[in-house]
Design a protein around this ligand. Sequence first.
Ligand code: UDP
Ligand code: MG
Length: 306
Amino acid sequence: MPIYNEEGNIPKLYERLNSVTAALAQRYDFEFVFVDDGSRDRSLELLLALREEDDRVSVYSFARNYGHQVAVTAGIDVADADAVIVMDSDLQDPPEVSLDLIARWETGVDVAYAQRRTREDGAFKRASAHGYYWMLSKLAHTEIPRNTGDFRLMDRRVVEELRRYPERNRFIRGLVAGIGFRQEAVLFDRDARHAGETGYPLRKMIKLASDGIIGFSSAPLRLISGVGVTLALLALVWTLFLIVARLVNPASVIDGWTYLAAAMFLLGGIQLMMLGVLGSYIGRIYEEVQGRPLYAFAVREAARRR
Ligand code: UDP
Ligand code: MG
């Protein structure tokens, strides 16, 4: 659970985690991993107090605010378990839904992601999220489930794969979707934030949104070549038209203008096409630099070697 200024939510969150996990205490050991992302309120103090009285609680606190995706990554990195559940700590992701996630995991699913059937956010958040996930589904080369945040259960083997992704601008839901294995949605109704205010102002939302698109799509780069080719073609048609006009009705065109106008459009088109060529190499470099693993094995049964 990433924590950023959640002092109003921590007691309630802990209480609900407690009652949810009580039902399964016979069968599983639980660890509650809290990653404090440089909170400026009393969150850390409250967490350390929980740590004192409950040894299932682990507390990690960042040296400053690194952001939600980094906090989630840190939590996943330090968790050592058969399965890891990531959830927000403002009770928008109801802890009770974890029971459904765990039940689904028990059927052999590797990633049970909680998909919002309804949500209680404001109109702007709802509309922007809806539009964004629609666009992402059109652009992304990985199929990223819609209406899904980071609230999910991941089997240990998915967690181990995820740790092999070193990229800095992380869009975790996309990375997980790209890993593979058996992934299934569990529908839930997303509540409103229990207390406090969002740690995701527009600036952070835009950053996350662009990490999703830039990290999982080359459409913006391909746009450059597309515009270039279109412009060059238009320039060609335009040039032909000017030449015809010049020959048929010389009085209709100013001296020297035909040549200038045609050259200008043509050059513009060529420049954009060349930028597109550069873009496609930059796209390759970007992919190489992301350093994502090429594959993940779901089954590993090697013959004994002599
Ligand atoms: N969060 C974080 N670092 C940040 C912003 C948010 O760790 O810089 C945490 C926050 O405590 C919460 C989760 O990420 O557990 C989701 O954030 P929030 O509820 O503020 O976002 P919203 O639900 O409004 O999109
Ligand atoms: Mg929230």
